[in-house]
Write a protein that binds this ligand. Structure first.
Ligand SMILES: CC(C)(COP(=O)(O)OP(=O)(O)OC[C@H]1O[C@@H](n2cnc3c(N)ncnc32)[C@H](O)[C@@H]1OP(=O)(O)O)[C@@H](O)C(=O)NCCC(=O)NCCS
Length: 153
């Protein structure tokens, strides 16, 4: 039997409902529809991972002056731990390289071990801490700032 294959494509306005649904179900601190909509309007790189016709992941990246920043990366909860996050991240690295970026940056909550491990294993290094950066219930949480040099493809 043929295995369904993972493909990538740009996010469209018509995907917003589905992307927001995946985000709400899968992320602990989800983005709202307006965040994705604004990202599309701003011309950010908004990419989807699609498995057998179903949207299973999304990522938004901003590129400014040779530097790319990943703003969000989420994999559908029911499809996590199957290598999709890694492949989507690699796809974004390729996109950043193609856009002429030399560096890619991101921030991750200190408590988000899954995401921290993903980024670390894909070659990111911790370059700093933003103290009390994210709201977390009635207190705040540090952001770990991570970066990686991109070897252009
Ligand atoms: C973080 C996230 C994108 C990872 O996606 P995924 O498809 O499950 O990840 P993969 O299957 O590609 O795993 C890649 C690596 O991530 C790390 N990882 C993923 N899930 C993990 C878990 N439950 N515990 C520890 N490490 C984990 C591991 O290093 C893993 O490599 P390994 O399987 O060889 O050990 C996903 O968990 C997610 O969408 N979380 C909610 C949203 C979020 O927190 N996004 C990040 C915002 S900065």
């Amino acid at each position: 039997m043929t295995q369904p294959s993972l493909t990538f494509r740009p996010m469209l306005k018509s995907d917003l409902e589905q992307v927001t649904a995946v985000e709400q179900q899968s992320a602990e601190h989800p983005w709202r529809k307006a965040h994705f909509s604004d990202s599309l309007t701003s011309g950010y790189t908004c990419e989807l991972a699609v498995l057998d016709g179903r949207i299973v992941g999304h990522c938004v990246m901003m590129t400014v002056a040779g530097e790319a920043s990943i703003l969000i990366l989420t994999v559908d909860q029911s499809f996590q731990r199957r290598g999709i996050g890694r492949q989507l991240l690699q796809h974004m690295l390729q996109k950043a390289g193609q856009s002429g970026c030399n560096t890619i940056l991101l921030e991750v909550r200190r408590s988000n071990i899954k995401a921290f491990n993903l980024y670390l294993h894909e070659g990111f290094s911790e370059i700093g801490i933003r103290k009390n950066y994210y709201p977390m219930g009635n207190h705040r949480e540090d952001a770990i700032v991570m970066a990686m040099e991109i070897h252009r493809l």
